[in-house]
Design a protein around this ligand. Sequence first.
Ligand SMILES: [Zn+2]
Length: 138
Amino acid sequence: MRQEKTLTHEFVEFIPDVLKESTLYVSMEYATVVHKCCCGCGREVVTPLSPTDWKLIFDGKSISLDPSIGNWSFDCKSHYWIRGGKVRWARRWSQEEIDAGRASDRFAKENYFATGNTAPDVRKKEEERSFWRKLWKW
Ligand SMILES: [Zn+2]
């Protein structure tokens, strides 16, 4: 079990080029939070804030992000929650769980945008095709 880690935060307009360890950079302007992966691997983690992505909770002292952060595309595959400025390590997911999680995440987005909400970014057609292929296999 990894040690509990405390994170500080900085409210910024633009995300700086060089990120400090254990710091959450919050840009309200761009509705985005960026931090370096909490495992220490140095990779940059970008968590966009939107109704279908992450939610930011700021209690005046510390920050929480919801849902958990799963860095499946990184070598470390770390998975953790940021709760009250602290890193809570979560269980590493299996490949099946990652695939299922991605599919349901995609599905939530489809539903959300199908109800008349506008997409903040238009996804590539190719991504969509591979998603439907995956769904078809079920
Ligand atoms: Zn990492």
